[in-house]
Design a binder for this molecule. Sequence first.
Ligand SMILES: [Zn+2]
Length: 281
Amino acid sequence: MPYVTSGQLIREAHKNHYAVPAFNFENLEMAQAIIRAAEREHSPVLLQTTPSTVDYLGVEQAYAVVSSLARHAAVPIALHLDHCETFERVMQAIKAGYSSVMIDASKLPFAENIALTKKVAETAHAMGITVEAELGKVGGKEDGLSVENAAYTDPQEAEEFVRNTGVDLFAPAIGTAHGFYKGEPKLDFDRLAAVQQTTRVPLVLHGGSGIPDEKVRNCIALGIAKVNYATELRYAATAAVRAALQDEAVFDPKKYLGKAREAVEKLCIQKIAVCGSANRV
Ligand SMILES: [Zn+2]
């Protein structure tokens, strides 16, 4: 199956009221697990890396892992750069082969966020690359940047933002947070519906880890067409390694990283069911 842009997969999902799961990976085993799950369920899938994962793996190496797996995969796959704050790093990822990028200038004042996002969108679109952007603040911690009080996205500002920047995918802040939740997250469904009404583009749910499945499904019914899962995958991988290493006779990395791969695959299969993306390809 081809290595594609996320836009192709997500527009199809948006039209048909399901979501494409976007899974963060940190190593080869996690990337394999994600793709195995997608193949088993016949689901389109996005693999994504934060800039800190890019620092850890190397941008060319992250692309090499995914593109080589995609060449032999039975489902379409896109590689997305998650939460990138600078134009330069976005371009570096595109140059390395990423087919989809997020420019997160949500820390900047509104006008500056529009200006930077527009510049990224124009440049990336000229190369056929999908662009995601965010307005407002998703709470919690992502890649070392911590947001105390999530600022919810205003639907009118969202419309102005999407119209002026030309982004393909829009991530509104509706009460989700990165990392695990302390209590049950309070999601603002009315706001989500209003943002979809004003923007009309496929929407992205950040901080998918730990949101009850029913609430994720509600979000998808209201226009979410990409759901990000990072924390839960990291946790599943680490818990499996920790359990495998309880046996002190284990010394071969294949033994414990293999367990991580199995655990992540199992989790991805569950998330594919929540997204409604099984049997779509
Ligand atoms: Zn995020």
